[in-house]
Design a binder for this molecule. Structure first.
Ligand code: GRG
Length: 304
């Protein structure tokens, strides 16, 4: 029997989302050194893609992993915002005609629909670049060595060995059939890499010991697997109005997902198994890790 997600968890998640929203709004206001003088239309497209929507799950994971090791959300903010900029860039590019060709994202027109294709490409490029600027500026309380580690890690997880590489494998899967192991690898890179980064980054910025950092990394990898599995399950079971983006796209494109290959019952059981594995990793941290436990449940069980 599944335990439920604590209602106060959703409150916590929405408070963290509000922090990320206001931090990103300030970063994208165009007044900071990183964006002063940027063309207004490009800035507006970046805001369209990054503000006013999304669960802000990755920033939340950064904050909560950092909190586990004694760091306050303000200390985690530059990392949380940088990661969300990269996530939003990936969604803008993923929606482009050359990729998924979507009209709807977070219940609103996609950036290339609201603006134009070239502007959407540039808005994604500029959000990706901004992310590294935010990390480099950082917060005075993140040690310089930790900041460099974060920059290097994020470069790997967002790049060809991480998210962008996973997207390349996903696009290639439209013309070849992946087996289960290949699907899992593609998903670990495309979706898992940023989520694993989120948990590891919280530990890094808070100065956690190497073994704790490894545990958080593994926790993030498992949450990433659960996230993708739940997303694929939702794609099969939810409608477009609920998702705020087109539903049933994987099946329509003939893309094989684990729920399509193994069925809904297997997927639900696998999600429960992943939650148990994630919780076991948090065991040494006791009740201090309760919010992270709730996060694993929330991610896995959002697809009922
Ligand atoms: C274009 C380099 C490049 C990569 C794109 C993330 C990605 C890679 C594509 C998105 C395709 C997709 C729908 C993947 C499933 C998992 C996923 C990332 C869902 C969207 O993330 P949420 O649910 O979105 O966290 P919100 O809107 O809440 O931020």
């Amino acid at each position: 029997m599944r335990q439920t997600v604590d209602p106060s968890f959703e409150e916590r998640l929405s408070q963290a989302a509000a922090r990320t929203e206001s931090g990103l709004a300030a970063a994208l206001s165009g007044t900071s050194l990183l964006l002063a003088g940027a063309p207004e239309r490009l800035l507006a497209a970046m805001r369209h893609g990054a503000l006013d929507g999304g669960k802000r799950l990755r920033p939340f994971l950064v904050e909560e992993a950092a909190r586990l090791f004694g760091a306050e959300p303000a200390q985690a903010a530059p990392v949380a915002q940088a990661l969300e900029c990269i996530h939003c860039y990936s969604l803008i590019h993923d929606d482009l005609p050359a990729m998924d060709d979507d009209d709807l994202r977070r219940g609103r027109p996609t950036v290339h629909r609201a603006y134009d294709e070239a502007t959407a490409i540039l808005a994604g490029d500029a959000l990706l670049t901004l992310a590294f600027g935010l990390l480099a500026e950082g917060e005075a309380s993140i040690e310089p060595a930790a900041r460099l580690t974060l920059i290097r890690l994020l470069s790997r997880e967002a790049g060809a060995a991480g998210m962008a590489g996973g997207q390349a494998l996903d696009l290639a899967a439209e013309t070849t059939t992946l087996d289960e192991a290949e699907i899992a690898r593609m998903q670990a890179m495309k979706t898992g890499a940023l989520i694993a980064f989120a948990a590891e980054a919280g530990a890094v910025l808070a100065g956690a010991a190497p073994a704790d950092r490894r545990a958080l990394r593994r926790f993030g990898e498992i949450v990433g697997l659960a996230f993708q599995l739940a997303d694929d399950l939702l794609d099969e079971t939810a409608d477009t109005a609920t998702l705020g983006k087109a539903a049933g796209k994987d099946a329509a494109r003939g893309k094989k997902t684990l729920p399509a290959l193994r069925g809904i019952d297997w997927t639900r059981a696998e999600l429960d198994r992943l939650v148990a594995e994630a919780e076991a990793l948090l065991e040494p941290f006791g009740t201090r890790a309760d919010t992270l436990r709730q996060t694993a449940r929330f991610v896995a069980w959002r697809a009922k």
